[in-house]
Design a protein around this ligand. Structure first.
Ligand code: 2AM
Ligand code: CA
Length: 264
């Protein structure tokens, strides 16, 4: 497998998809909801996913694609090469703000993250990483993350997890919020993973993410020494929704052991 070629190919595909998304603002966007009324999807999410799939199937017919909008393959094992794609991560931001959304792509071989990309389309910020070769924001290499204690940490977390919910003990999350320096919520898991990797926030936590939300970001985060796991501290299995935390080393362990209590 020539990963250098795949890397160049994927970068140019993502840039092209970015053009499609930016141009979409000149036309009417059709908005639907999926699982519930606040789970939004647009014709652009679907068009962009189909754009990726038609190209990848044409040029890499052996590879499989796991895409949020379901136009790719049904993926039940991580064997072989799998492109895990979210054509628009942060669809609510795309609809309401026309910014703060990203294209998220991770390319895995037998479950190992080889290439990762997060493209913040409106800022034109391109985060990328190849396994063992460091992570980049545009052409600049991102430095290794240093340890930060919780009192000095800024945590990416949605306010939903502070309200009573069926996944996690929200009172422990309230303690976490009181003990850290501050919190932020950007509404795109991919962008939050990119921000952890760039050292702008120190952790990002969510109780329910899908493989395409985290696949690309995990490759980038690993290259700068961030730790990503489920709430048992295990590597995310990437075959369905799961709770997720990424943080600087040390902080990851502190938050998991002292502040996260999952419900059954
Ligand atoms: P999306 O915009 O691609 O749907 C919002 O806080 C973040 O969580 C976004 O990255 C969003 O991805 C993701 N997200 C929202 N609802 C989700 C759900 N029900 N399952 C998994 N991920 C979700
Ligand atoms: Ca999406």
């Amino acid at each position: 497998m020539n990963w250098g070629n795949i890397d160049r190919y994927a970068k140019s595909l993502i840039k092209e998809a970015g053009h499609i998304i930016r141009n979409s603002f000149f036309n009417q966007i059709d908005i639907d909801s999926k699982a519930d009324v606040n789970d939004l999807v647009t014709n652009i999410d679907r068009e962009v996913e189909q754009f990726f799939i038609s190209r990848i199937k044409r040029d890499f017919p052996e590879h499989r694609i796991l895409g949020e909008e379901g136009f790719g393959d049904v993926v039940q094992t991580l064997d072989g090469v799998i492109w895990m794609l979210d054509p628009i991560d942060g669809t609510m931001n795309f609809v309401h703000q026309k910014r703060n959304f990203a294209i998220s792509l991770g390319i895995y071989a037998d479950g190992v993250g080889m290439l990762g990309y997060i493209y913040d389309v409106m800022r034109d910020d391109f985060y990328s990483a190849a396994k063992g070769e460091g992570a980049y924001l545009n052409d600049e290499r991102l430095p290794q993350l240093e340890i930060t204690p919780l009192e000095q940490a800024v945590i990416g977390i949605s306010a939903s997890w502070l309200a009573p919910n069926r996944y996690v003990d929200n009172e422990k999350i309230m303690e976490l919020v009181q003990h850290c320096r501050g919190t932020r919520s950007y509404g795109s898991a991919a962008i939050e993973l990119a921000y952890v990797s760039a050292g702008r926030i120190d952790s990002y936590i969510s109780m329910r993410l899908s493989p395409w939300d985290i696949a690309g970001g995990m490759v980038i985060a690993r290259e700068v020494g961030a730790v990503a796991s489920n709430m048992q501290g295990e590597a995310p299995h990437l075959l369905g929704q799961e709770p997720f935390i990424v943080a600087r080393p040390g902080l990851h362990h502190d938050i998991l052991t002292n502040y996260i209590r999952m419900k059954e």
